[in-house]
Design a protein around this ligand. Structure first.
Ligand code: NI
Length: 298
């Protein structure tokens, strides 16, 4: 059994599409621009995306859909042809997103991304020859909402009935700045320097940390991004932002503030408040630099 993940990027831009000319929508039409559609010059619809996906004109936003399928490859070595996934996403989601954005603009009420994903998943499933394990909508690099059917997640919310079709995972990334020093008092200065190098600098040094928080919620008791943000603000930002972790924070009085320990401590601080709001902390991932991060639990 293996998993194949495929990300499909859609550029969402506001313009006046021909297909709304005859409708009664009174706002400027919101149009999902997707060059993956079959066109005379591209009969297979095999758009070759750059890193940004289909190009949006002007200030179009890029949204990503990640599809994860599970199963065994056949004799071709493929679990699923990725162009099948691309076509499925591009046929199902543009009209759903377009309608959701129009409704949001008309009513001022944010659309329910979980509901959009659930209805999209039903349609996608019918188009894919391999079982769908997860489906995630990433609105930006810092916020995503996903559905996950993988059995390993079912233990996160024990009270959830096994008939629940999927867990919804809300993921958001925050950032804080802090100083730290890696040092073990039981070692000599020379041993500390040999072990930690410049991270042992006596007066510390700083990092711009990023922390990604993934929360599983049941469909019947959705927890909002706002609620997660408020908890992260209370438990993480107010404790650690613009602090010296060794000197200002009792959490690191006896343990080294390595990125591993920061991830573990942050998980410990968040798990109970999130549970109190009906969610289940799925994971915490902390980046010390762009190149170094730790996810807990693994
Ligand atoms: Ni450091």
């Amino acid at each position: 059994m293996l998993e194949l993940a495929r990300t499909v990027r859609l550029a969402i831009t506001a313009c006046t599409p021909q297909d709304t000319a005859a409708t009664t929508v009174t706002i400027t039409g919101l149009h999902v621009k997707d060059r993956g559609d079959a066109r005379p010059s591209d009969p297979g619809g095999r758009f070759k995306p750059g890193l940004a996906g289909a190009a949006a004109l002007g200030l179009g936003a890029i949204g990503e859909f990640e599809v994860v399928c599970r199963g065994e490859p056949d004799r071709t070595g493929y679990l699923i042809d990725i162009t099948t996934i691309d076509r499925a996403v591009r046929s199902v989601f543009p009209p759903l997103v377009r309608d959701a954005l129009r409704a949001e603009a008309l009513t001022g009420t944010p659309f329910d991304a979980g509901e959009l994903l659930r209805s999209g998943a039903t349609a996608i499933r019918a188009l894919l020859p391999a079982p769908l394990a997860a489906l995630t909508y990433r609105a930006s690099p810092f916020r995503s909402i996903g559905l996950d059917w993988r059995p390993t997640l079912s233990s996160l919310i024990p009270a959830m009935p096994s008939s629940t079709p999927a867990l919804t995972i809300l993921t958001e990334t925050f950032e804080f700045a802090a100083s730290h020093r890696l040092h073990l008092p039981e070692l000599t200065d020379a041993e500390n320097l040999a072990t930690f190098g410049k991270c042992n600098n006596p007066n510390g040094h700083g990092h711009n940390y990023r922390i990604e928080v993934g929360v599983a919620v049941g469909d019947d008791a959705p927890m909002s991004f706002d609620a997660i943000g408020a908890i992260v603000d209370a438990e993480i930002m107010r404790r650690f932002d613009h602090k010296h972790l060794n000197l200002d924070c009792p959490e690191f009085a006896t343990i080294n503030p390595s990125v591993e320990n920061i991830a573990r401590v942050c998980h410990g601080l968040l798990v109970a408040p999130i549970a109190a709001r009906g969610g289940a902390l799925h994971f915490v991932r902390v980046w010390e630099t762009e190149k170094t991060s730790c996810r807990y639990p693994a």
